[in-house]
Ligand binder design. Structure first.
Ligand code: ATP
Ligand code: FE2
Length: 357
């Protein structure tokens, strides 16, 4: 990462206790286009606005170029709404941040382009942040957790992350698909539309009948691919043989996968010797997953935190907040060099040196 003319790491004015830093964050790693304004005033962080517009479908999954078209369609309106809600003018913004990766290339490109245009046009510094780390940092802002293990459960990602030696390290993760992708594919097979997680949850509430399913935990890693194949076979059978109801399958799929996630989260907490668990990612909105994590933490003596849903699903507030933290230590991209701000679809959580903690 090159340093641009906007290196504020040594700018005493900004490091002053009474200073105010205003940050505009842009999120486009997948289905959500979001813009948020975060501020730090007298050492206190605050989210002033967190506006999003998400691509959805009634049937089938997400088509990447359609999601990108969606982001192009809504970007100006979302930007204006976010500035208006925060009562901030673009001139008052100190820094523009965007989620540089990981994510879907089609949609990441829109965010990187939009952010660089704004930085250029308005003469603002530009910060590219790691989306996965942003999930953890927003949890540290909006809950009382200080040094938590994050169970990060979204569409593409399923990771157990904790801070250790200047990095957010991945202690466990999925060996194939993310839990959200699993739920979305399963829901698509049941003709439930995208995103599938909330539909699966609604149907699960109507059953208490557990159907035995494959349970795959390897150390602190999990795998959902075989389970998805198994469920597809059962759905197929139910269509013809009427052996399994949608409700029983939804209930059992949740119970199995969430038990796997709780098991690896508990193992990571003990392994890392941490005392706090936080949830992040869209699947963390699921009340049953929250309940199971809560019970494990209560039994084992850990503290458990769930940020409110607007900070769990993909959101620009976490991008703005992490961007602000990184801006303060001078992690600034060179706006003049387009390669410096290019998207990083495969950017790993543990590739980032955490120099702001
Ligand atoms: P990331 O880029 O971090 O991988 P993402 O693009 O998958 O994130 P998120 O908003 O974090 O976006 O998560 C979306 C996922 O969350 C979808 O798979 C969706 O089905 C799932 N989801 C949303 N609400 C719920 C819910 N209440 N229960 C279960 N899953 C849910
Ligand atoms: Fe996310």
């Amino acid at each position: 990462m090159k340093k641009s003319k906007f290196n504020l790491a040594n700018d005493n004015k900004k490091n002053d206790e009474t200073s105010r830093i205003v940050c505009l964050g842009i999120e486009t790693t997948a289905h959500t286009f979001g813009v948020s304004i975060a501020v730090e005033e007298n050492g206190q962080g605050k989210i002033l606005s967190n506006v999003r517009d998400s691509y959805t479908t009634k049937k089938g999954g997400m088509i990447p170029n359609q999601a990108a078209d969606h982001h192009v369609d809504v970007c100006d309106v979302v930007l204006k709404k976010s500035l208006d809600e925060a009562k901030i003018k673009i001139d008052d913004v100190d820094v523009i941040c965007f989620s540089q990766g990981p994510g879907i290339g089609h949609t990441l490109r829109i965010g990187a382009f939009f952010a660089r245009c704004l930085a250029h046009m308005f003469g603002k510094p530009l910060v590219g942040v790691n989306h996965c780390i942003a999930h953890l940092e927003i949890a540290r802002l909006v809950t009382d957790a200080t040094d938590p293990v994050l169970l990060y459960v979204s569409g593409a990602n399923t990771q157990v992350i904790a801070y250790e030696g200047q990095k957010y390290r991945i202690f466990g993760e999925t060996l194939d698909i993310g839990i959200g992708n699993f739920l979305d594919c399963f829901a698509r097979e049941l003709d439930l539309g995208f995103p599938g997680g909330p539909h699966v949850y609604e149907l699960s509430l109507k059953s208490k009948k557990y159907i035995e399913l494959p349970y795959v935990v390897k150390g602190m890693d999990v795998s959902f691919g075989g389970l998805l194949t198994n469920l597809k076979q059962k759905i197929h059978k139910s269509a013809f043989g009427k052996e399994y109801t949608k409700e029983d399958l939804c209930f059992s799929a949740q119970e199995t996968t969430f038990a796997m996630l709780v098991e690896v989260a508990e193992r990571a907490l003990n392994h890392c010797d941490k005392r706090e668990l936080v949830l992040g990612g869209g699947v963390a909105c699921n009340k049953r997953l929250q309940e199971m994590c809560h019970k494990m933490c209560k039994d084992a003596g850990f503290k458990f935190y769930v940020p409110e849903p607007q900070y769990l699903i993909d959101n620009a507030a976490m991008i703005a907040w992490l961007g602000l933290l990184e801006f303060k230590v001078g992690n600034i991209l060179n706006v003049e060099d387009s390669k410096d701000s290019k998207m990083l679809p495969y950017w790993r959580t543990d590739d980032v040196i955490v120099n702001w903690r």
